[in-house]
Ligand binder design. Structure first.
Ligand SMILES: [Zn+2]
Length: 354
């Protein structure tokens, strides 16, 4: 999900339409050259919500939205963080049931997939997904609104497959404040710090995308293991509150974590609205900036497919390799590209998951 403030449901849907999420974009078919052996991990997508909204099947190739199994295969994406997102209108009372419905949706897809989709619970599961040619789905909560103060739901969610959690989706909750909140001084609450500690103990990845700056620093002070900003870009290149300042990027690197490059237009180029407003070169500029600050070990993919309007060149998940090609064209070698595409994610997950 892309919006940084607190839109109501109707505005949210309108925004998603406005940015072209559900419109078929007029385009030339691009022939993506297959990069043998280059399988990728994508750190963020909202397809779990979008396939239900648009009533499409995960198993059939569609022109609607960005993600389905055939397009993931074409895009060489072997594993992905699959977000459970709660709409404002479902807060607070329906957060839990909506969360469980989306978890159930993912688990049903795994059951119906005849081995084509695997629920990822370990790093081994990701490797197996690649080796057997299946898709590895990592269950991620984009916001902790369903989690109770005694962490019962966190423990039960872990048993259902939860392996990654964002503390908020740009909103205020019992744990923290999101980006765009009035109170920018307030970081994590006591419960928010406790949530980070519990996630560390249980082996659940903590994601700071959508968290405000004060909360970001509190998470870093509290965590004992690497954290991620799964879908945030460099604020020095695009001054949007969903992106990270340079001192945040340096701290994330010291922590051993990573940030996933978000393909959402408005997080790449200030004021970008149309698909044609963002070039691949401008995307690579974000990677360059982060690499110049902290090296290649802390930048990865976090597309936001099915949660945001994409640049023209990356109109859906099948096109992901064009970004890899753009990095090659900028001079990145195989080792660097492999880190960006998957190895940085694998390193962090190995350190966090039990
Ligand atoms: Zn998001």
């Amino acid at each position: 999900m892309i919006c940084a403030d607190r839109p109501r449901l109707s505005v949210l849907i309108l925004d998603r339409g406005d940015i072209g999420l559900h419109r078929r974009i007029e385009r030339e078919e691009v022939n993506v050259s297959s990069d043998a052996g280059m399988w990728m991990i994508d750190g963020h997508s909202d397809w779990l919500l979008d396939i239900a909204d648009t009533k499409r099947s995960f198993f059939e190739r569609s022109d609607i939205g960005h993600v389905d199994l055939p397009r993931l295969k074409e895009g060489q994406i072997s594993a992905m963080m699959c977000a459970v997102f709660i709409r404002n209108d479902d807060l607070p009372h329906h957060a839990l049931i909506q969360t469980l419905r989306m978890v159930d949706r993912l688990r049903k897809i795994v059951e119906q997939s005849d081995g084509q989709v695997r629920l990822v619970e370990t790093v081994d599961d990701i490797e197996k997904s690649y080796q057997e040619g299946s898709f590895g789905a990592v269950l991620h909560y984009e916001g902790a609104e369903a989690i109770d103060p005694e962490f019962t739901i966190l423990r039960l969610s872990y048993a259902l497959g939860l392996r990654s959690i964002g503390l908020t989706w740009s909103r205020s909750n019992i744990f923290c404040e999101g980006v765009g909140e009035q109170n920018r001084e307030r970081g994590l609450t006591y419960l928010g710090k406790e949530l980070v500690r519990r996630c560390n103990q249980m082996g659940i990845l903590v994601d700071v995308s959508h968290l405000n700056v004060a909360g970001f620093w509190d998470v870093l002070e509290t965590t004992k293991v690497p954290i991620v900003a799964s879908h945030s870009n460099a604020r020095a290149i695009c001054n949007h509150e969903r992106n990270l300042y340079d001192d945040q990027i340096r701290a994330l690197a010291r922590n051993g974590g990573l940030m996933g490059i978000n393909f959402a237009r408005q997080f790449l180029v200030e004021g970008a609205k149309e698909a044609s407003d963002v070039s691949l070169d401008q995307m690579v500029d974000h990677v360059d900036h982060i690499v110049n600050l902290v090296g290649i070990d802390h930048v990865a993919l976090g597309s936001d497919y099915d949660g945001a309007g994409m640049p023209e060149a990356l109109y859906d998940a099948s096109q992901t390799p064009v970004l890899i090609q753009a990095l090659r064209d900028r001079g990145y070698d195989d080792a660097a590209i492999q880190k960006f595409g998957r190895d940085n994610w694998l390193r962090v997950l190995k350190q966090v998951w039990k």
